[in-house]
Ligand binder design. Structure first.
Ligand code: 4AD
Ligand code: MG
Length: 471
């Protein structure tokens, strides 16, 4: 007796074998002579259709309504060819055991339910086709990410989640605080207070301020300037109170950092990486990709095949601004050289101007980019790059880093950032500085791009955004 993992079609060359299926009942249809039980174990989209006649062991559980949608079951039977159009094989049931009954209030019944509704049922939504498929593809993208970087000699680095530095300098950090223990007086006495006698949360990491990281980049730079090529892949946090379909308060970021590398190397790495992971899911997640192609975004397979094969468009920021100024389209936010591009501009560039092809924009004005980016010779722009993709907009943000101590110190001064707190970062420029570059890719945006799911809250198991931290 063996489990079948990987879907009923795998059973085609095992017809006649006795097997066991364990999973959750998706639907139950009683007909006069037989009952059809569709069981799913999460290994694939397809259900195993289990056909049960009244003489099978455990039929009383059907008769007495012990088994219903949502219940967990253990079913033993014989694999046989199926007459049905949906599957090639089915299971002729010998024995059914209801492992865990399901209350009639089970909210995910056969009728299609909205993804908005399912967000309020984050603990049960993995039992649907859509979230099963998104979870498996997300898993495959994570696996392919490690595979790509490992095969190319990168070392994976765990960057800290608690940190004192604000990598992006945008002040979008969550503060780390300690709960006041009500029994330990000594500890209560040690809690720092403000002039007004209130708890000073900004001093609350054992007497020092600490935050949840917005990016592991600065830490990655320290390891790249020792191990040459490294990457992080972990959770990052942004306290931006924005309710959009592309922003989360907690998201996963992949951040490679390459030493002895410039912006060209950085863009080449980002392109090769994206093409690799897209190709990987096209080859390894066929059933789930077919599902997305039919139900979530028509044509996604063709779109991704193009991404995996075609060259990406490259433009400077200045060229992009010219293009936007010439566009016939009316934008809500007017475009001038020096402005930060809004999502309507980004979408126009990748979706309309270049027909759905990923576009890499480079050489942005230094005023709209972070302090660490390398200044270009024109004195106005920095060696930054953003990769824009259709439907999602900015998927990747990266740059060559300023490796020259005097330029970096000058930039910190201009931005009135506290040089002392970056002492260790400046040390990297004092001791064996080297041209280096890297980028950050928002993993949930990649999941959106690869599945066609339009809201980022459906691209992560338990989304953290304003108003959602319940589960
Ligand atoms: O452009 P960002 O802010 O760049 C950095 O953090 C750099 N330190 C990265 C680096 O060079 N190592 O963020 C990088 C990417 C964005 O392009 C976007 O895909 C994603 O992270 N991102 C978010 N994803 C979901 N929700 C948010 N609130 C996000 N903010 C950024
Ligand atoms: Mg960015």
């Amino acid at each position: 007796i063996v489990d079948i993992k990987g879907g009923p079609d795998e059973g085609l060359n095992r017809l006649g074998e006795t097997i066991v299926v364990r999973g959750w009942v998706r639907t139950l249809r009683a007909q006069s002579s037989v009952t059809f039980i569709e069981v799913n174990d999460g290994s694939c989209i397809s259900n195993m259709q289990c056909v049960m006649s009244f003489d099978a062991q455990g039929y009383d559980q059907v008769e007495n309504n012990v088994i219903s949608t949502g219940a967990s079951v253990w079913i033993q039977g014989t694999l046989v060819g199926s007459q049905g159009s949906k599957q090639k094989v089915e299971l002729k049931v010998d024995k059914l055991v209801t492992v865990g009954k399901s209350d009639p209030s089970f909210p995910i019944q056969k009728k299609r339910v909205s993804r908005e509704f399912l967000r309020t049922k984050a603990h049960l939504r993995p039992r649907t086709n859509t979230f099963g498929a998104v979870s498996r593809v997300r898993n495959a993208l994570a696996y392919a990410t490690h595979k790509f970087f490992q095969e190319n000699g990168f070392v994976w680095l765990s960057s800290p989640i608690i940190t004192a530095s604000d990598c992006e300098g945008a002040g979008e950090q969550f503060c780390v605080t300690t709960l006041v223990p009500n029994s330990t007086e000594a500890l209560v006495k040690d809690i720092p207070t403000t002039k007004e006698g209130l708890i000073d949360w900004s001093q609350d990491f054992f007497g020092k301020p600490a935050f949840l990281t917005v990016s592991g980049q600065l830490n990655a730079e320290t390891y790249a300037t020792a191990l040459t090529d490294v990457y992080t892949f972990g959770p990052t946090f942004r306290a931006e109170n924005s309710n959009t379909s592309r922003h989360l308060a907690e998201f996963w970021m992949i951040e490679p950092e390459l030493a002895f590398a410039d912006l060209e190397d950085d863009m080449a790495c980002a392109t090769a990486y994206l093409q690799y992971v897209v190709q990987y899911i096209l080859e390894n997640c066929k059933e789930d990709m077919d599902f997305f192609n039919t139900w979530i975004e028509k044509g996604i397979i063709n779109r991704l095949s193009d991404v995996a094969q075609k060259n990406f468009v490259q433009l400077t920021y200045t060229e992009a601004v010219e293009l936007l100024l010439k566009a016939k389209k009316k934008f809500e936010f007017p475009v001038t050289w020096g402005c930060d591009l809004q999502s309507e501009h980004e979408r126009y560039i990748t979706e309309e101007a270049f027909g759905g092809c990923p576009v890499i924009l480079r050489d942005y004005p230094k005023e709209i980019k972070a302090f660490y980016m390398r200044q270009n010779d024109d004195g106005k722009t920095v060696a930054a790059m953003d990769m824009l993709v259709p439907r999602v907009g900015e998927l990747i943000g990266g740059s060559q880093r300023e490796e020259r101590l005097e330029y970096l110190e000058q930039r910190l001064d201009e931005l009135k950032l506290n040089k002392e707190s970056y002492w260790w970062y400046l040390d990297l420029r004092r001791y064996g500085s080297v041209p280096h570059a890297g980028f950050g890719l928002g993993f949930e945006r990649l999941v959106q791009f690869a599945t066609g799911i339009d809201n980022i809250r459906d691209a992560i198991p338990f989304p953290r955004a304003p108003g959602s931290a319940e589960f």
